[in-house]
Write a new protein. Sequence first.
Length: 279
Amino acid sequence: MDVRKYFCILLLFAAPLSAEEIRVASFYASNLSPNSDLEGVADRLQNYDFVAIQDLRDLAAVDELLAILFRRSDFFKILPSQPSGSDGARYAFAWRDRSVKIVSPGSFLGTSAERRPVYALFRAGHFDFAAVNFQSATSAAASEAKQLDDAFAQLGLDLADERDLILFGSFTHPAPELSRLAPLFPRDHSISLRGDPIHANIYFSNLHTREYAGANGIDSFDETAFANDVDAAIRVSRQRPIWATFTTDSPDDDGAGIPAPSPVIGHSWSHIKAARPAP
């Protein structure tokens, strides 16, 4: 095969999904730490432009992930939260810098959940949105649903006319019914490699978030990357990521929305981390 044709084919497969779409994911990374298969975790991140990570356990894993991605010439930023519960679990948002920009790191939402949800504000092209990250730690599913509903009601007030609110969540029960947001996937679908009672979903308002592009799925990396070798796959995570696509080229449909990105000063999360070249 002609070398130039071969190179063009490689570029085709390496290209982003579309210049006018982003692929977002929710990834319950199950005890993400330096003991995880971080090369495999990086493989998963590179399939997406934006990832809400649940169950980050050691910030050293963030530095190593960024170093791996930097060596691959893929430039991500990662925003880890402070611990969200007494067991030390953290959240993180990861995004490909050429596709998504952070507007504001946001904060924890005011709920009584054992692991409080966190949110941050982002922009991709014309699409600005508030991303909410949540990991269940309770068996009281009804109470959990009410807490999330109340949190979204308050967030809607705080963000005025911004209605593009997207919840990325993992749950110990079938994903709860929320009055303000609709689940993208069947509520009772499992993401576990080992049959654990873990569920995940992506929620948003069909009325307000019209940027949803219609594509979604479950990243069965245990099958595609590990040929059903579950023992090897669980070193990446015991749970499969879920994903969806959103358009970024349509005019914003909910008013002025989030202002353009500006320098971030003083926030309640850990520092935003980005890969830096070695001195």
